[in-house]
Design a protein around this ligand. Structure first.
Ligand code: NAG
Ligand code: NAG
Ligand code: NAG
Length: 481
């Protein structure tokens, strides 16, 4: 051993923390799962595996994401607010010539650089018009999943075309099988074959529980007490997700990897109310800037957490997950991002390093869409259109099939809405009239953020997407931009 080696040995003996090995990391994203759709909050939901993992870890009580899918996923991958990458405006359509900007450094790329095997299983939804936009060109060693935002759970079709890939190959052989099952099987296969000397990073953005409402009957049959057809089957979809997570956890356990694994679980946005999800008692749901659309079910379990079995109330935003996971992996942080590494705060239950965030920032002049919202400490200011639906909804487990009857805001009906989330987490008391000074201060802050906003990358659909799909035997395929 040379002198450098001896020195290193001494340092490592004095500071054992420095020899900490890199944990395996599972980043699980549930699609459109509501605040009140997990058993640890709602005893009607059957999610024993999720409950167990959450209770063995830290449940996040103030973890925020964007109101819809692609924006949140862009933030998970880049650590940047969507208004800086053109992803602020709704989700990527199946024929849209859109992609994450190629000059960004993404989470999987940094994990790979840190020595991890990187795998993505499930939904991408960050653009696929060109191969360079797709997961295996964006830092993932392997990809098994679909490029678009939603599809049939058994047929794997979105509209007229098929959408399921095994790396770059079209995975026709999964036709007829339920996605939660084969995604879980693939994750288990990867775990079984993994060289445990190497750290594993798996991004698991499940299809469950996004619409359409489809599930093998053995899962919905577990809810005989739920009369409403939609809610019953939705609940079954949650249980199928839970079982998939249970199976993956078991595979980790079988290979004695579980205790060396850190699991992060989050929803991508609030529950979709018209698709039977539930965010009670929070206000609103998916598509809205209300807490029900943006404050989501999330927890972390495993390696390095010192305060297992607790809730963490500190403020976390979707942009924080990338630097937090890179921090856990001992990887190299990407300068200039919006996210903050929250690892020390989380694992030692210290105050959050974040005191403010942008809920979203989108062009004001788009009818029924334009909005902005900011959080500054306990204050929340919404400008413009908060989104549909804006009431407080209990689970639809009775026979009522049309749940949404509350008054709906129309665009421009109120320029500013102010809430104090600490005193009023359910957003029942709009108090802008009482605090015009705070409204002005927060508008000033939004205007500063607005200076770094890029135009939304939201082109009209390109018919070439269909031409290329037909050329590929009827499967949505890259190659038209
Ligand atoms: C979980 O594993 C069991 C036993 O192998 C299997 O029957 C079931 O289909 C799996 N469920 C999912 C959702 O993968
Ligand atoms: C249904 O929802 C209500 C709240 O709306 C709740 O009190 C009840 O326990 C739920 N469960 C079932 C199985 O009905
Ligand atoms: C979660 O936050 C709310 C306020 O938004 C608070 O009332 C509640 O006590 C917190 N829950 C836990 C378990 O800390």
């Amino acid at each position: 051993m040379d002198r450098k080696g001896i020195l290193l040995l001494i340092i490592c003996c004095l500071f054992p923390c420095m020899t900490t090995k890199q944990p395996h990391i599972l980043f699980i994203v549930a699609d459109d799962l509501g605040w009140n759709d997990v058993g640890f909050r709602n005893p009607d939901m059957i999610t024993p595996n999720i409950n167990k993992l959450a209770h063995e870890g830290v449940i996040f009580n103030s973890s925020y994401v964007l109101p819809v899918c692609s924006p949140s996923r862009s933030a998970f991958m880049s650590g940047l607010y969507p208004f800086k990458t053109g992803f602020q405006h709704y989700v990527v359509g199946n024929s849209q010539n859109t992609c994450l900007p190629h000059d960004l450094t993404l989470l999987p790329q940094q994990m790979k650089k840190a020595g991890y095997s990187t795998h993505a299983i499930g939904k991408w939804h960050l653009g696929y018009c060109n191969w360079n936009c797709t997961p295996t060109y964006k830092g993932f060693d392997t990809f098994f999943g679909y490029y678009n935002g939603a599809e049939d759970y058994f047929q794997h079709t979105m509209g007229p075309f098929y959408d399921l890939r095994d790396n770059e190959k079209i995975a026709w052989d999964q036709k007829g099988k339920y996605s939660a099952q084969f995604f879980a099987d693939r994750a288990s296969d990867i775990i079984k074959q993994h060289d445990t000397q190497k750290p594993l990073f798996m991004y698991l953005p499940f299809q469950n529980v996004h619409a359409p409402i489809q599930v093998p009957p053995k899962y919905s049959d577990l809810y005989p007490h739920v009369v409403n057809y939609g809610r019953k089957h939705f609940s079954g979809m949650v249980t199928a997700l839970d079982e998939a997570i249970g199976n993956i956890t078991k595979s980790l356990q079988d290979r004695k990897m579980l205790e060396d694994t850190l699991i992060l679980f989050t929803a991508d946005n609030g529950g979709e109310l018209v698709a039977y999800a539930n965010n009670w008692p929070l206000r609103g749901g998916k598509h809205t800037l209300w807490e029900g659309g943006t404050r989501v079910t999330a927890f972390m379990r495993g390696y390095g957490i010192q305060n297992a079995g607790t809730h963490y109330n500190g403020m976390i935003h979707a942009v924080d997950w990338m630097p937090t996971l890179i921090g856990i992996a001992g990887g190299q942080q990407v300068p200039g991002i919006d996210g903050i590494n929250q690892w020390d705060s989380i694992r030692m239950n210290q105050p959050s390093k974040r005191t403010e965030f942008i809920y979203n920032l989108d062009d004001f002049f788009i009818p029924s869409q334009g909005h902005a919202a900011i959080r500054d400490g306990d204050w929340k200011l919404i400008l413009g259109y908060p989104g549909l639906y804006d009431g407080w909804y209990k689970p639809m487990n009775d026979t009522r099939d049309t749940p949404l009857y509350d008054f709906i805001y129309t665009p421009g009906d109120k320029p500013a809405r102010l809430f104090n989330i600490k005193d009023d987490p359910l957003e029942r008391n709009e108090i802008s009239a009482l605090h015009p000074d705070i409204v002005d201060r927060l508008i000033g802050k939004i205007n500063v953020y607005r200076k770094s906003m890029v135009p939304a990358n939201f082109p009209t659909p390109d018919p070439m997407a269909h031409t290329v799909a037909k050329r590929n035997g009827g499967a949505w395929s890259p190659g038209w931009c």
